[in-house]
Design a protein around this ligand. Structure first.
Ligand SMILES: [Zn+2]
Ligand SMILES: [Zn+2]
Length: 344
């Protein structure tokens, strides 16, 4: 058996759809027939050669939902036909961080689309299924669920678990791509007042539709604008893009004792930001990292989605076929919203 997959043979090279061998499940893993797979900036980083885990040739794709198609002989809780999604970090279930309930920083983690072939394909293999799979609520379409494994869940945990946003606080979101728009929505649902920052007017329009009270043009004096709008700076600020300028603007836009949450990836090959530590000390700022969300933490988020308090479906702006996925991946960031591949 062979399946269709989006393949690249060199970093930054052509992205072509071709037939590849059908994956087989590991003894603890499953193979999922992909129903939808989002296209994310992390895929772009992998294709661009910024991620040392990626080995050529490679199939990208890490934010997926679909149906279990094959099950390893040691899997206890899943069966063929189950509708599932999965965090982009697949945890091992037995290392120190996993035992502490922090599978998102598992020491032995695997990531589809990075450490092995991913979900921009008809089928994808996933490891440690009993630890990592998440059952989809009945009626949730695959296209909506695809972003839950990466951008929406990442934003949910960054805002609620890591940033610990409280009602009435000012939250600044720097970069309104998929994860940033998700963060705007989650922060508003948590009762925060949100300032959204981006250089693209279309992204700021979507941020307002997600509930942002103010928007700021990222090309101007961003910390100054945030200080004015919030009466002295944000309580919590997220760099949802991952760039030196958004990271530094996020830190500089905080009020004293504010919390910066780094969510966007900052691959060292693109240059490291110079953090103004004197400002961190003088203002007692907290600098926090956030890396996805473990499968065990999904129920709280899913119940808010089922209740209609969070609406990830509003962020899916384009549904594509696999044949159009390569062009969309190479052009990540050029169009606002989330692109999801829904036909393979
Ligand atoms: Zn992603
Ligand atoms: Zn682990």
């Amino acid at each position: 058996m062979r399946v269709r997959a989006l393949v690249f043979e060199e970093f930054g090279g052509p992205l072509t759809v071709r037939a590849v061998p059908d994956p087989t499940p590991d003894r603890d893993g499953v193979v999922v027939r992909v129903g939808a797979s989002g296209i994310c900036r992390s895929d772009w980083h992998g294709w661009s050669g910024h991620d040392p885990d990626v080995v050529l040739p490679h199939v990208p794709g890490h934010e997926l939902a679909g149906t279990v198609a094959a099950v390893g002989d040691r899997v206890r809780t899943w069966a063929v036909g189950d509708r599932v999604t999965v965090p982009f970090v697949c945890a091992c279930g037995h290392c120190g961080p996993c035992r502490d309930g922090a599978g998102q920083v598992c020491a032995n983690q695997t990531q589809p689309g990075f450490t092995h072939w991913g979900s921009l394909a008809e089928c994808v293999a996933l490891d440690a299924a009993d630890v990592n799979l998440v059952a989809l609520p009945d009626g949730m379409p695959f296209a909506t669920a695809a972003g839950l494994g990466c951008r929406f869940a990442t934003a949910f945990r960054a805002v609620t678990g890591v940033g610990r946003v409280r009602p009435g606080e000012w939250v600044a979101v720097h970069g309104c791509g998929g994860v940033g728009l998700s963060a705007v929505q989650v922060a508003v649902a948590a009762g925060a007042r949100v300032v959204a920052v981006d250089i693209a007017p279309g992204a700021l329009e979507l941020a307002r539709a997600c509930g942002a009270e103010h928007t700021v043009d990222g090309a101007g004096d961003v910390p100054g604008a945030i200080a004015e709008l919030t009466g002295g700076g944000a309580h919590v600020s997220l760099d949802a893009l991952g760039a030196a300028v958004t990271c530094l603007n996020s830190i500089a836009g905080l009020r004293p004792r504010g919390r910066h949450v780094q969510v966007g990836l900052l691959p060292p090959v693109l240059g490291r930001p110079e953090i103004p530590m004197e400002r961190v000390i003088a203002g007692e700022l907290a600098l926090l990292g956030s890396h996805g969300m473990a499968a065990a933490d999904y129920p709280a988020m899913l119940s808010l989605i089922t209740a209609g308090r969070l609406r990830p479906e509003l962020l899916v702006t384009r549904e594509l076929g696999l044949d159009d996925a390569g062009a969309a991946l190479a052009a990540v960031g050029q169009e606002p919203g989330i692109a999801v591949v829904t036909s393979f």
